[in-house]
Design a protein around this ligand. Sequence first.
Ligand SMILES: O=C(O)CCC(=O)C(=O)O
Ligand SMILES: [Fe+2]
Length: 789
Amino acid sequence: MAAIAWAELEAGGLDSAAAAAVCEQLHQRSYCVLRLPDHLAAELSALREGARAFFALPAKAKARVGAFRRIAETYVGYRDCADRDSEFLEMHLSPDGTAYPREELSPALLAASEAAHARLSRMARRLLAVLAAGLDLPPAAFLAPLDPEPLSRLPAGALSSSVLRLCHYRPRQAGAAGGDVLFDEHTDSTLLTLSPLCPEAAGLELRDAEARWVRIEEAEGVTPLHLGVHVGDFLSFLTRDFYPASSHRVVRPAGGASRLSFPFLVRPRNEHELDTRAYDPEGTHPQLPEVHAIRCAELRKLFDVRGQRVVRELREREAREEERKARAKAFREAVLAGRRPVAASDESDGEGSGGARGEAAGQSCASPPPQEAGEAGGGTRGRGGGEGRGEGGGEGGAASAARGGGSKWKKELKAAKKAAAKARAAEKAGGARVAAAAAPTGEAPPAAGVRARWREEAEAMEARRREAFDAAAGGEAEGRVAQWRLHDVAVLLLSDEYLFAYKQHDLHMDHPTVGVTLQTQLCAALPHLADPKTVHGFRNVHQLDYATSGVLCFGLSKRAAGTAGRLFEARRVRKWYLALVEGHVPWSERREERGVGKDASDPREFRMAVEGSEHCVAPLAACTELYVIGRGALADRPVSKLLLCPLTGRRHQLRLHCAVLGHPIVGDFAYTADRTAPRMMLHAWRLQLPLPQKTVVVGTMDPFPATLEPSAMATGGEVLPTEGPAVFEVTCELDAQSCVHELRGGANSTKHAEDGVPMDVEYNFIAGCDRRHVGPHDSERIGEQVGSH
Ligand SMILES: O=C(O)CCC(=O)C(=O)O
Ligand SMILES: [Fe+2]
């Protein structure tokens, strides 16, 4: 799971990339993980040490802090849940910023709690402002119910509603009964909950979008400086489940370790009366319920009742899901045991493709189809119910909602209507008024929010690209637009653990609405290897842009994908790209180190910009090595062929680095005005992965060969057969110089410039790679190459 840097969220605008990631993740799966800056380590460890010392006190001393009790509309104090091996201390702040309760607590714990409370509260406000902006709402829409800022504006004698809950889960006593769930499944009756993670005694489990338990503290790379953020009932209610409440629980950490945790529960003030009309005077916002004159305290009671039912439903669903998983696993194991993966494409041409074909053909039909997000199991999301453990011990749950897939909005609408019906019942009973939590009946509410916006953007980009082709081809665009079919995919290398595929240019890796994407192609070609637990079927570990072609690696299991993903993150993967760039490049080698950040002038937030340019914001370090392979012409225009080695992987890094050096990539729609090239001439040529057992290099043919033949452009987008094997694989480590040597030596040219670079070469491009280009690989040989580990 990629953590979002808090520093970026803090420094960027409400619509920065980090902000968008927070909105997207909370929308998709109701939680995200933030990476806190190192300087907060001391603050967090002071809190940990203070709490550890407190919980180590004799029971009598802890009881003197004061039992769990209600003070001015909120609960404070210490409680011991001996039957669950857990104890809790609820810390609030007084209007002067001091912690409450204070009796018996060490000055160190008080100081650490005050600092953490204040800091987490500020972070929560920032996050809520970001989440509001994600729905085109002003920050006040989500901030108004919170404790006032500064706290000195609290009524005299009141305490903060938001609470820092110090939790201690003891190791299991020898011979003790009791299960492994220490804190039952629930949703928090908060807007948000912020939890510094505890990887040394991982126990926090959250439901993912398919309602499976995820132990976020066990994810690779999680440290005590990571912060879990999850959505509570109030935010879920206020956004009609756009940000759904996260269902979670605490289980016994492995190895019987004791666990300390500090969830910060960002609560609305009980006495606050919700009124959303100010933020949506027309009542047209598709996500904001129209609510007025309803006290948060009343709403909270409603959440508690609803939570009970949803937990029951979830448990039933979980049992059904377990059964289905066992069946899918048995099937997958049977296929892998046979080591005979089958390519069952939509069109059987009888030719061998990437994986060995044949014997197991019948089985592929029976394999479970990959599921779209939200389709799995009906899409009911987890919401938990209070288990009668007192305030906070068991928190209420919000209405269930479904996400993803075509029926998402209908399901959401249904949930919203149910919520409205309940609210109306509450209105009758308690006199509170919830005007209309339901959308207008009869039709799904219009799509809103970041996800919908991004989808629109992707579609608009696609439309623009088509338009440009239309213009360039004078109405004969059809032949020039890449219209890939399901079987236009090549499997370059297949092992038990990894799949390397060829992505065609002008093809999405995946897409919520487009039918032919690399993912759907792979699902059609290798249905038995598609994992129904994933959203699209195959676990990609890195990305290629829509317009870029080339090698992509997929992990066939979560573990394999994790291993490869970590190699990418650690920058241990070497990548070589080939590009045709405009003009004759005057140097033969170059290193470009300008950082890459967002281009603030692009309203679509698509383009990036290099450090130092006028509109570049928050640039991140970027480095590319560029080598000239040759200079010549492509359809009468001067071009150079480059080998590009990105040492970092920023969005659009290669396009930008070429452009800023004065030689943009031919056909790059984002950074050039040229609309005549039939494709963007950028290709991910080779990938070198130092997998634990063996380093593999997987490559493709050179799609921009030097040739004296008539340009392939004339054939307009047709898939051409290539000469020789399309897959290049070696098991020794490669370096850039040897690639340069190989490419220059292979250039079909007799003239050389002074620097040894071939000149006057007529370049060509191969419009795509089809299965016929792939060498005769069988899974045994490839298994040897990649090794299994
Ligand atoms: O102990 C934890 O990490 C989480 C506890 C929790 O869910 C809560 O206090 O609401
Ligand atoms: Fe919780």
